[in-house]
Design a protein around this ligand. Structure first.
Ligand SMILES: [Zn+2]
Ligand SMILES: [Zn+2]
Length: 641
């Protein structure tokens, strides 16, 4: 008997019943058969020994496939487990060890290990790699497997729950080491050329806090040492830029235990936030927005009217409670309140578009495990805005917004990518409105953007969407702003305007956040600049360093003359060298070094953070150059010769 399977190019292939992935590969070509590492059956990664069935979609995985790295990393986890067994013998109980996006981890029990032990374990792993042991799949009768794991209740649990129903279960064997495993694996331990253990954490068995706490060891692996080095270099760079670390060093913000996911802005962080808000306010004005403010606390019925209640409350994402027999909540979005303002007066087609903006603070009950610094929070302030317009205004409005988005991100030195998401299967609102709106969005993108991506059918049920993804200074991508059309809220809420025809019509609603949320944008921006902010954003723009304590009065005079800027005096009795170092460490853009010579001549010696110096500058000259840099919001400091 033979069966048909489908290949990635859509063609059908006839193979023997019970053929394996490897058989399919040989059927396609001998070369491919020899190179087969694993396969995919209906998108699921499986071992090459796996049987295929009638109608399956099959892909062959070789060492050239994207999936190879996953297979390799899982093999690295086995190499790690084998090394542990060699060092700690039967004391160590192995549980699970899957691959992850960044490498692999292994959860273990029974031994105490610390990061200091990594070197010894890695040495043993290196031996196993050099032994180049063949990794073979072996089918074992279930009873034998039970016996094998006599002392390991975790593996027995996996055996009874996840290891299929058959009489035999699959093991993988490399040298003296053997483990219950579905695979797939690379063909020998020698392929795990570049590996490294990274850190230790705690993890509950099966992620359930009722269960035993296990030790989780994270590691990573690559097919070559040089790829591993690249990864480690990027990781070090990212760690250096970690906004939580910089936030602490520069005293920008904190997320205290009493307020999980709710950042507190300290003086320096608030200075940056205020600058950002002023900047956005200016841009909103240019786009024709009127600023409003709406409360966080509302009756839940408000969101029942717009449909947010269903979406947020039932997902457990909304903070809501009963008070005096009425259900109240904290707003998870600003759209409903802005719709109230639109609805508070009779609107005519002549007034449209009506654009409302707000630094809108919203609260969302994110899972506590997901919270992270400024990037994943529960309390956030969006640079939110809603435009209520006629459908013939969509294209023009979207164009204006795209233009502004490009302009704004460029001023921070971010590269922007646009992603358009189109009508999903569960769309609501009139079909012809969807068609017109999607055409308008496409026209706007075609005109304003060099290149954009389309994700078909991924729009929201209420309207199509353009997502803004930015690339930071070290090439990482972040999803930040968005422009979305909405045909549903105006209908749910009953928003109307009187048209030229004297009839009532529903406006089209446009939701937009340009930077997204202040919190997330700040987090991304801190990492993007590595704390070394452009002068207009720097919490401390100038630090005056008196050479001796005798120069302090002159320093105060200069500080007063520069009172348009954020200027501090270094008053600690340190050497000039030490003062310069401290200003550097604090990422201060400009230092004024004032000694007796400067005081006598009534001028300044200036040093910037790129270690350029210039003396004999008059206060007026310095003030002018600095004003120019700040007002122009220049990204780089380059006014010193
Ligand atoms: Zn395994
Ligand atoms: Zn909205």
């Amino acid at each position: 008997m033979s069966i048909q399977v489908e290949l990635p190019d859509g063609s059908e292939l006839e193979v023997e019943e019970h053929a394996t992935i490897e058989d399919v590969a040989y059927e396609i070509g001998t070369g491919l058969g020899d190179d087969t590492v694993a396969g995919k059956i209906n998108s699921e990664l499986v071992a090459k020994e796996e049987n295929v069935s009638e109608g399956d979609e099959i892909e062959i995985v070789t060492d050239q496939s994207d999936e190879y790295i996953q297979v390799l990393r899982h093999s690295a986890a086995h190499v790690f487990a084998q090394a542990l067994k060699r060092i700690y013998g039967d004391d160590v109980k192995l549980t699970i060890g899957p691959w992850t996006d960044e490498g692999f981890y292994y959860d273990i029990e029974g031994i105490e290990i610390e990061e200091e032990d990594f070197e010894e374990i890695e040495e043993e792993m290196q031996k196993i790699v050099e032994e180049n042991l063949e990794i073979e799949r072996e089918m074992l009768p279930r009873e034998e497997a039970e016996e094998f794991f006599e002392d390991n209740e975790y593996k027995r649990e996996i055996l009874n729950n996840e290891a299929g129903e058959g009489d035999e279960v699959s093991f993988y064997k490399q040298g003296e080491f053997k483990d219950l495993c579905k695979g797939p694996h690379v063909s020998s331990t020698g392929e795990v050329e570049g590996f490294k253990l990274l850190e230790i954490a705690g993890a509950y068995w099966r992620g359930d806090e009722e269960n035993e706490m296990l030790t989780r060891v994270y590691g990573t692996a690559f097919p070559t040492e040089s790829k591993l080095e690249d990864f480690l270099e990027k990781k070090r760079e990212a760690e250096k830029r970690d906004h939580r670390k910089i936030g602490k060093e520069m005293d920008l913000f904190s997320v205290p235990e009493h307020a999980p996911g709710a950042p507190h802005y300290h003086r320096a962080g608030m200075t940056i936030r205020r600058e950002l808000e002023e900047y956005i306010r200016e841009k909103n004005k240019e786009l024709g927005y009127e600023e409003v403010w709406t409360p966080e606390l509302n009756k839940a019925e408000l969101w029942k009217k717009t449909g947010h209640y269903e979406a947020f409350k039932e997902e457990g994402e909304m903070f809501a409670w009963e008070q005096d027999d009425t259900e109240y909540g904290l707003k998870p979005m600003n759209c409903a309140n802005h719709s109230h303002i639109f609805d508070s007066d009779k609107r005519s087609y002549k007034e449209l578009p009506i654009k409302l903006s707000e630094f809108g603070t919203v609260n969302r009950n994110e899972q506590s495990g997901e919270l992270s610094g400024l990037l994943r929070v529960r309390v956030l302030t969006q640079d939110d805005g809603h435009a209520y317009m006629r459908k013939d205004q969509i294209e023009e409005e979207v164009k204006a917004h795209l233009e502004k988005i490009i302009e704004m991100y460029d001023e921070f030195g971010f590269e922007v990518n646009f992603i358009m998401e189109t009508k999903p299967p569960k769309a609501q609102g009139p079909d012809e409105l969807w068609d017109e709106a999607e055409t308008a969005l496409k026209n706007a993108l075609e005109e304003k953007v060099d290149d954009y991506e389309i994700k078909p059918e991924e729009g929201a049920f209420y309207g199509p969407k353009i997502g803004v993804e930015v690339e930071d200074a070290i090439g990482r991508e972040w999803q930040l702003g968005t422009v979305q059309l909405d045909f549903v809220i105006p209908r749910n809420y009953g928003l109307k305007y009187v048209g030229k025809d004297n009839e009532e019509h529903y406006p089209v609603m446009l939701h937009r956040a340009i930077l997204g949320s202040i919190e997330r944008f700040m987090g991304v921006m801190i990492e993007h600049f590595a704390g070394d902010f452009p002068t207009w954003l720097a919490p401390e723009q100038v630090r005056i360093l008196p050479v001796t304590d005798d120069n302090i009065n002159y320093a105060r005079e200069i500080q007063e003359e520069l009172d348009d800027f954020r200027v501090e005096i270094e008053s600690r009795s340190w050497t000039v060298g030490k003062k310069i170092q401290a200003a550097h460490d604090d990422n201060v853009p400009y230092m004024l070094i004032l000694g007796d010579d400067e005081e006598e001549a009534g001028n300044l010696s200036v040093r910037d953070r790129k270690e350029r110096e210039e003396s004999d500058i008059s206060v007026e000259e310095f003030r002018e150059r600095l004003r120019d840099e700040v007002e122009e919001k220049k990204l780089r400091t380059d006014f010193l010769n």
